[in-house]
Design a protein around this ligand. Structure first.
Ligand code: NAI
Length: 677
């Protein structure tokens, strides 16, 4: 009995179609692999001309191994066994006495691509959605079904290392250029093309000799040395061991057995477990973004400054019709110029660039309002102008239009007072830069309707961002948690600790960027205004040196000077770390303030649960993904220990370190069972 695979025979060919039961995308669980192996056992006994492997899912070929299965494995030997099982099944496929071909459409990732690599040939549909790649490194592991062995000879060593180390996916065209796929075919011809390639009996593809040169034994250590600085910039070996293992496996020409053993060790490592946690949190947010229809086609954005322009450009890039309004024609012109540059760099083809530009209309007089299904306000961060704008908007928009504000600190209820129907107002809080930051906080005011929340979530999903529900309260989730950490960093500067030392402490901990550089990047004026906004409700004292820098016009990267100096290309100088009194617990002070605020948010119900705090901080700020997010980190340290450390710091440094009452409520940290994720 076959649950996941369908086997058919026609014209001397066998065809295996994968359609994993109960899932919208194909994933390779142990059960799916076992069933595949049984079919191969039957097929190999027949006199056939070839085997065609394809997917029965609209979503794509195979999205990879079953990540949910990873979570259940705690023993490295068991993980090694599973990898060996996959290797044996794929070796079975590669060893058939007749050729095989994978017909690829949509996602062909991880274990899915490794299956395709074990086939004699690969065909891919000619379309814009098909993506191929080995993204394992992003989960803290590497390919384990002999992918590290099969990829280099096919595409060349440098391309293979690049794909495995970055985990990036490639389009069909790039895959063809690399030699990863043999042919690109229009969807309607796949069957004919598959039979033709099986009939042709051309030898299995190999990368041109010069692409295999870097794999020569004497050259390999040199290549590893070339890749090392690049890898080090992205991944410290103690935080992210996987890319380093990939380099080692390649350098040592590891066997399949060694690959499986290494995978087993990595899969149960802290880094990988936490990265998998983070991945599943992201999947959950994506699911929330798909749960409902948004009924939005035309989006009107008011305010074409830093945020408004970027939001409008991104939304148009994702296929929506957008009108962009500002009261200053020059600002609109600048936004359109920026849009052109962005589309050109992303889309490359002139026709696609033109189509994207056609979707984005500068709209000085606000004509687009009447046609809009969603209006996003991104004007100055002041209550009175925002209220006035919404009062005017409500009179002009269609009754079903959803109204949203990108405010980062003004309570939604206060803006909503201008409206007859405040239920239709929701916060869509994007982060800067919009094209990079995946998270959007969906802010629920006291009056926001459930329908408005659901549409906002669905729209966010449709523009490929991650929607996170937050309660309207000062700073929402992300800025609120970040601010005490940034302020503590600025206080350390005031105490005489060098900026480089502070930033280094944070990056050593695992932050993507130190707090001082982050403040300079966001803009010190913006930091100051958020800090002032939060100072009352959160009892934050705004450090004097921050005010001083802003009043002198030193706003950070954008003005060439903030805490750091920046050159004309925006690169920061690197001052040497100076000696600091050894007794200042820099990392502890920074991180504990962040964790204490995260706990306060959890206790106050700013978000649903500890997972939502983790998702917000990882996808909204890049909080050390290998630690799985702040609350996951808390769990690994123990809430009691953190509370004690906070108490100790409060004795020494003052009441800002007073432990939040949430630390003594263990139920706040309780996790949902994994099958709900
Ligand atoms: P900005 O000052 O760069 O842009 C505001 C734009 O709105 C200006 O171009 C101005 O001409 C225009 N404007 C003002 N009143 C208008 C009106 N009545 N009608 C039409 N256009 C009008 O400001 P920015 O930084 O883009 O911020 C906009 C909003 O986004 C604020 O609410 C801010 O809190 C929020 N935000 C800002 C972030 C940032 O990093 N800059 C991050 C997340 C949210």
């Amino acid at each position: 009995m076959s649950q996941h695979w369908r086997l058919e025979y026609t014209n001397d060919y066998a065809m295996l179609t994968l359609d994993v039961a109960g899932q919208s995308a194909n994933v390779l669980s142990q059960e799916v692999l076992n069933e595949f192996d049984r079919h191969l056992g039957e097929i190999e006994t027949k006199p056939l001309k070839g085997l065609i492997i394809r997917s029965g899912k609209a979503s794509g070929f195979i999205a990879g191994a079953d990540v949910r299965e990873f979570v259940t494995i705690t023993d490295p030997l068991r993980a090694t066994e599973l990898a060996s099982l996959g290797q044996q099944v794929f070796a079975h496929l590669a060893g058939l006495s007749f050729p095989s071909v994978a017909v690829i459409h949509g996602f062909c990732l991880g274990g899915g691509l490794e299956l395709a690599l074990a086939c004699t040939y690969r065909l891919a549909y000619e379309d814009a959605v098909t993506r191929l790649g080995l993204p394992e490194v992003r989960l803290g592991i590497h390919p384990g079904f002999a992918g590290t062995l099969r990829l280099p000879p096919l595409v060349g060593d440098l391309s293979a290392l690049d794909m495995m180390l970055t985990g990036r996916t490639v389009s069909v065209r790039e895959a063809r250029r690399l030699g990863l796929v043999d042919e690109i075919v229009p969807e309607r011809h796949w069957r004919h093309a598959a039979e033709a390639i099986l009939n042709r009996h051309s030898p299995r593809r190999k990368a041109a000799w010069y692409r295999r040169v870097p794999g020569w034994k004497p050259l390999r250590p040199l290549i590893v040395r070339l890749f090392t600085p690049r890898v080090r910039r992205k991944a410290r070996p103690d935080h992210y061991p996987a890319p380093w293992r990939i380099l080692e496996l390649w350098r040592d020409r590891a066997t399949a057995e060694q690959e499986a053993r290494s995978l087993g060790e990595l899969l149960v490592s802290r880094s990988s477990r936490n990265l998998v946690h983070v991945f599943l949190l992201g999947e959950e947010l994506k699911r929330a973004g798909r749960a409902q229809a948004h009924n939005i086609e035309h989006v009107h954005v008011v305010g074409a400054g830093v945020m408004g322009a970027d939001i409008a450009i991104w939304v148009a890039h994702k296929g929506f019709r957008v009108s962009l309004q500002d009261r200053e024609p020059e600002i609109l012109a600048r936004a359109m110029k920026k849009a052109h540059g962005f589309f050109k760099s992303k889309l490359k083809e002139p026709r696609a660039v033109q189509e994207a530009m056609d979707r984005l209309m500068p709209d000085l007089d606000g004509h687009g309002l009447k046609r809009a299904d969603l209006v996003i306000e991104a004007i100055v961060e002041k209550l009175a102008p925002k209220r006035e704008l919404f009062r005017m908007l409500e009179r002009q928009v269609r009754p079903q239009a959803l109204l949203a504000s990108n405010t980062s600190s003004i309570p939604l209820e206060e803006i909503g007072q201008a409206l007859q129907d405040p239920g239709r107002l929701v916060g869509l809080h994007f982060f800067n830069p919009v094209a990079k930051m995946q998270l959007v906080e969906i802010v629920r005011g006291a009056n926001t309707s459930a329908e408005a929340m659901a549409r906002a979530r669905a729209f966010t999903g449709a523009i490929e961002r991650l929607p996170l529900d937050v309660k309207s309260s000062p700073g929402f989730l992300v800025n609120r948690i970040l601010m005490p950490y940034l302020i503590e960093a600025v206080r350390l500067v005031e105490e005489g600790v060098s900026i480089a030392t502070i930033d280094e402490a944070a990056t050593e901990f695992g932050m993507p960027m130190g707090p001082i550089e982050l403040a300079d990047t966001v803009g010190l004026d913006i930091c100051l205004s958020v800090a002032e906004e939060l100072s009352g409700p959160l009892h934050i004292e705004v450090p004097e040196n921050l005010r001083e820098l802003v009043s002198q016009g030193h706003l950070g990267r954008k003005t060439g000077r903030g805490f750091y100096q920046f050159d004309s290309r925006g690169r920061r100088e690197t001052p040497a770390p100076t000696k600091t009194a050894a007794d200042i617990p820099i990392t502890e002070r920074l991180i504990l303030r962040l964790l204490n605020e995260a706990m306060a948010c959890l206790r106050e119900g700013i978000v649903a649960d500890a997972d939502a705090v983790d998702a917000g901080m990882v996808y909204g700020t890049g909080f050390a993904p290998f630690l799985g997010g702040p609350m996951h980190y808390v769990e690994s340290l123990g809430a009691t220990g953190i509370s004690h450390s906070l108490y100790r710091l409060s004795q020494e440094y003052g009441s800002r370190f007073t432990p939040d009452p949430g630390w003594s409520q263990p139920e706040l940290l309780r996790r949902r069972p994994i099958d709900k994720v």
